[in-house]
Design a protein around this ligand. Structure first.
Ligand SMILES: N[C@@H](Cc1c[nH]c[nH+]1)C(=O)O
Length: 390
């Protein structure tokens, strides 16, 4: 007997689940083509070095050896391969890209997540304006309205806010790291011990509030009232507030701010955002500005913003449009395949009936309320009425 179970963390998809994924993907293709995005596909396998500047342990990749004993990995991320692609081709920038594909990350045991995930994404490369961030957020809003009754909440943060603020307090890198880790993981007693070192600084009242700095725009603005931030942290905050205010003006779009969370990816350098639906712990959308990433692959940095869309999670949440249309089956004899081809070419909504005889085909069609056509000896299409053969 063959081994019949799947490798850990993988799954087969079929029927409605598979169709839902295909439906959202097809809709995205249509939408992004219309908005002038360029389709891009990169291979599943990449050299390990492509991901080397990022914490591979955290990413937990599948690794293989190629013919020359070089380590290749199943891609754990789709943005880094695009940065690699741009460094090795002469695609003119600025340009907007989109892709849909699978990525592989070995999830922690019992996390409930699969190791193979389908992600769609967009990358807007060569754009410094916040309009690039806005285009990402507008796409989230569109998908939310089209597929999720507008229930997606957008959360905005900034990848540099914590570093900017902490750099003004200390040059001790270890201490900065510890403060960030305790803050991001909400280890409050440890965090409070660490910030006690700065109790005499003007920024101390802020440090005390920092772990709670998330919520609605108004709530966060209220918490920050009268608080003196460093100039660079202030700039980051202004950007967050500006974009949040603009997006909150879209009717029905809920916007939150989080200034106490870790950036979703290490390569972000500016505004970050996530989109999630109330009762889901994982987010459906995640993105941000990453102006330095291309400098890892080529001599020149390039302004860029992008986001990923978790197609598995999105597809699980959508309702397929009802298709209650009546089916028509076409019965044919095996030696009428050529006539069947001609008829199918003229009527592309016919379903081939594979029954051995047309009486059985008629009985089955009748049982499911379908119509039945058959090809007669002359090669013409004939309607079969269910009581015509009684
Ligand atoms: N690759 C990111 C999403 C993204 C695309 N572009 C920029 N960010 C992720 O998987 O979280």
């Amino acid at each position: 007997m063959h081994k019949i179970n799947l490798p850990l963390g993988t799954r087969a998809e079929f029927g409605e689940g598979a169709l839902k994924k295909q439906t959202v993907i097809a809709d995205l293709h249509r939408c992004l083509q219309a908005r002038n995005f360029m389709k891009v596909d990169t291979p599943l396998l990449e050299y390990q070095e492509v991901f080397a500047n990022f914490d591979l342990k955290q990413m937990r990749t599948y690794q293989l050896l190629d013919k020359n004993n070089q380590t290749v990995v199943l891609r754990p991320d789709l943005t880094l391969p695009i940065a690699r692609l741009l460094a090795t081709t002469n695609i003119k920038l600025p340009e907007k890209f989109y892709y849909v594909g699978d990525l592989f990350k070995i999830a922690k045991e019992l996390s409930g997540r699969n190791n193979q995930m389908t992600q769609a994404g967009i990358e807007l490369v060569g754009y410094t304006s916040i309009k690039a961030e806005l285009e990402c957020l507008l796409l989230i809003n569109r998908i939310s309205r089209k597929w999720l009754d507008g229930r997606v909440k957008i959360e905005i943060g900034h990848a540099r806010f914590a570093d900017d603020l902490l750099s003004s307090l200390t040059i001790d890198e270890d201490l900065k790291q510890q403060i960030k880790q305790t803050l991001f993981h909400k280890k409050i007693p440890e965090y409070e011990n660490l910030i006690a070192l700065f109790a005499d600084r003007p920024v101390y009242p802020f440090l005390q509030k920092w772990p709670r700095l998330f919520g609605s725009i108004q709530a966060v603005a209220q918490m920050l009232k009268g608080i003196d931030l460093t100039p660079s942290a202030k700039r980051a905050l202004t950007k967050v507030m500006t974009v949040a205010d603009l997006i909150a003006k879209i009717p029905g779009q809920e916007v939150m701010i989080d200034l106490s969370a870790a950036p979703p990816q290490q390569y972000y350098t500016g505004l970050t955002f996530k989109g999630f639906v109330d009762d889901l712990p994982d987010y459906l959308f995640s993105g941000g500005r990453y102006d330095q990433l291309l400098a890892d692959f080529q001599s020149q940095a390039e302004a860029a913003v992008g986001m990923g869309i978790d197609i598995d999670l999105l597809a699980e949440r959508i309702k397929l449009p009802e298709k209650q249309q009546r089916k028509t089956y076409l019965f044919f004899q095996a030696d009428q395949a050529a006539q069947a081809a001609k008829i199918l070419a003229e009527h592309n909504d016919l379903v081939l009936s594979l029954e051995d005889d047309w009486q059985t085909a008629a009985r089955k069609a009748h049982a499911i309320g379908a119509d039945l056509l058959k090809i007669n000896e002359k090669g013409e299409v004939e309607h079969v009425f269910e009581n015509s053969f009684d």
